[in-house]
Design a protein around this ligand. Structure first.
Ligand code: MLT
Length: 278
């Protein structure tokens, strides 16, 4: 009898044209197994999920990709919007012939995940919302984004990266997570000024998605760093209340980037959750 072999794919960067745009992605893990798609936050790139891919690759097919204008994906000519990013995600799934998947989004990745859930819920088996929220920008938040745009134009991306990093990480990470801070700084400064500005504008006009939360019928895990200053635990608690049956996990020793600041705890929760889905 012929022995059936299981194929494992290493993490390799691929490129593909999706919605007339060159998109960079990775497609790793175990062939034929459930698919998890990871959506990064702003202004980062797919490499922020490396540790999650590493920890899940024996049992799942794992897709990471660079949102347009980030990492190695082209920016294209259209104005950025969360709707456009959501349509790119569906384009990626179609191109890779992925009918259904688990979606895991951090911060802006969560905005995209909730947007796409509102339109294509039948494509998703479960949802992981990390360090994110469902509300739209308040007038103060919009104002802050406009100031960030001015600062990028006037003083450049390095200064913007410096200011952002102060809010992204928990206080303790500034002594314990120096490599992660440097990695994030590099991700930010590698993003073009134009993409930073276009994404800040897109974030400032995004629509709220809180109204779809009671309609979500698939399993949902909500994670948030205990010290998240950008999308605090209260925002996660609000979504938890609205999504029936959702799980809420507060990640210790982490700020806004809980998957990077406490990957051990993040991955334990992630693995336990995805194992419960199928
Ligand atoms: C992110 O990490 O994606 C951003 O903090 C989201 C935002 O600025 O609203």
């Amino acid at each position: 009898m012929k022995k059936k072999t299981t194929l494992y794919h290493p993490v390799i960067n691929f490129q593909m044209i999706i919605n007339n745009l060159l998109v960079s992605y990775t497609d790793a893990g175990k062939e034929g197994s459930p698919v998890i798609i990871f959506i990064h936050g702003f202004p980062f790139n797919k490499s922020m999920w490396n540790l999650q891919v590493e920890s899940l690759k024996d049992n799942y097919r794992l897709i990471t990709y660079d949102i347009r204008g980030h990492g190695n994906s082209d920016a294209g000519n259209e104005d950025f919007s969360i709707d456009l990013f959501a349509s790119d995600l569906i384009g990626l799934m179609d191109a890779l012939k992925i009918d259904r998947a688990i979606l895991c989004g951090l911060s802006m990745g969560g905005y995209i995940a909730l947007n796409v859930m509102g339109k294509h819920h039948e494509r998703f088996d479960a949802l992981i919302l990390s360090d994110t929220q469902c509300i739209a920008d308040t007038p103060e938040a919009k104002e802050k984004r406009m100031r960030a745009i001015e600062s990028i134009k006037e003083t450049g991306v390095e200064k913007y990266a410096e200011e952002s990093i102060k809010n992204l990480f928990a206080s303790e990470s500034f002594t314990t997570r120096l490599k992660e801070i440097e990695d994030v700084r590099e991700m930010i400064v590698k993003t073009s000024d134009q993409s930073l500005i276009s994404t800040l504008l897109a974030l400032s006009v995004r629509k709220e998605t809180c109204n779809i939360l009671p309609e979500i019928k698939v399993p949902v895990l909500i994670m948030v760093g205990k010290g998240d200053k950008i999308t605090p635990p209260a925002a996660a608690g609000f979504m938890h209340e609205k999504i029936k049956g959702s799980l809420l996990r507060i990640i210790d020793h982490a700020g806004h980037l809980s998957n990077l600041e406490n990957p051990d705890e993040f991955n334990v929760q992630l693995k336990k959750f995805v194992a419960s889905v199928y």
